[in-house]
Ligand binder design. Structure first.
Ligand code: NAD
Length: 323
């Protein structure tokens, strides 16, 4: 019999890509996909999976302890992607970030512990380390979050750590760099810029555009998590990154070229408060388990642009709803 997964946030960007990967790679696995379908959760993203008897979608909240309890029985693996994930929104309204990202994680891990779930993976972010002026943050680097978003993710990481120490329930925490690829909500930099440029609109670039991010293709992130489900050591933290820092301005120029626009389409806007200058993680620990990125930004940015070009049916309604 295959593994029984509870995957949360599986109608979001990374979660939906991960659900597909599990169903593809593990022919006997079953997935319960728990997602609240907030503004960022898109049921259409996983509609095609409804035909599979191995995928059960449940619309619900990770903060709902009764619901979570009712879904946890018999599960072998929990992977928690559910979160409020947009930094700008966390500056405008932090409360829901604390509720979902911290309280929601607390509800999930507690239920997983009580039900004796073998593997719990908490999907966190490199943003918990804050800005890394030079070098690369290891898993033992201090947590110095700059935004309410990253502080809420760091809070969840610490809660997970407390379950290891207090309850001897060792979960895995992953801290990945910025992702890009299909099904990313069009408020995030790459899909926002691509879809604006396709529509002949300018792109809002923060500050001087020299903030650096380490972009990883979403499939590579999903492969890393899938490897850790099999081979990760419970209780350990794993950084995941491409080691390919790109300044936002350089990324913007790549997108301008791919969409046939010039730099008159750049709208330099006031910097985001608390904007981290540079993210960089040392991912040698997961690389020692045999993982490495299979895709480069040079190759995958173009296919991502093509995906958004061909899937305006997916992103256009989401952008219109926000307007
Ligand atoms: N996007 C990135 O670059 C990146 C990088 C590193 C880590 N992460 C982490 O990966 C995870 C997924 O990120 P994403 O970019 O796919 O986010 P996303 O915003 O696209 O998806 C989040 C999903 O969670 C769901 N959700 C929100 N609140 C919920 C709740 N209370 N109960 C149940 N479901 C709820 C939403 O409906 C949505 O489908 C997050 O935990 C994020 O912190 C993201």
């Amino acid at each position: 019999m295959g593994r029984s997964y509870l995957i949360t946030g599986g109608a979001g960007f990374i979660g939906s890509n991960f659900v597909r990967m599990v169903l593809d790679r593990e022919p006997d696995a079953t997935v319960t996909n728990l997602d609240l379908l907030t503004y960022a959760g898109v049921k259409a993203t996983v509609d095609e999976l409804d035909v599979s008897e191995r995928h059960a979608f449940v619309r619900g909240d990770i903060r709902d302890s009764e619901l979570v309890d009712s879904l946890m029985g018999g599960k072998d693996v929990v992977v928690n992607f559910a979160a409020e994930s947009h930094v700008d929104r966390s500056i405008e309204g932090p409360a829901v970030f604390l509720e979902t990202n911290v309280v929601g994680t607390g509800v999930l891990i507690d239920a997983a512990r009580r039900h004796g779930v073998d593997r719990y993976v908490q999907v966190s972010t490199d943003e918990v380390y804050g800005s890394i002026a030079e070098g690369f943050a290891g898993e033992d680097a201090p947590l110095l979050p700059s935004s309410p978003y990253s502080a809420s993710k760091a809070g969840a990481d610490l809660l997970v750590e407390s379950y290891r120490v207090t309850f001897d329930y060792p979960a895995i925490v992953t801290r990945c760099t910025n992702n890009y690829g299909p099904y990313q909500f069009p408020e995030k930099m790459i899909p926002l810029f691509v879809t604006n440029l396709q529509d002949g609109k300018k792109v809002p670039l923060y500050g001087d555009g020299l903030n650096e991010r380490d972009w990883l293709y979403v499939e590579d992130h999903c492969s890393a998590i899938h490897l850790l489900v099999d081979a990760g050591t419970p209780g350990e933290i794993y950084n995941i990154g491409a080691n390919a820092q790109v300044a936002n301005l350089d990324l913007t120029n790549m997108l301008l070229e791919l969409t046939g626009r010039d730099d008159s389409y750049i709208d330099y806007v006031a910097d985001r408060p608390g904007h981290d200058r540079r993210y960089a993680v040392d991912s040698s620990k997961i690389r020692a388990l045999g993982w490495q990125p299979e895709h480069s930004i040079a190759e995958r940015l173009a296919t991502t642009v093509d995906w958004y070009r061909s899937r305006s049916d997916w992103w256009q309604p989401l952008k219109e709803a926000r307007a």
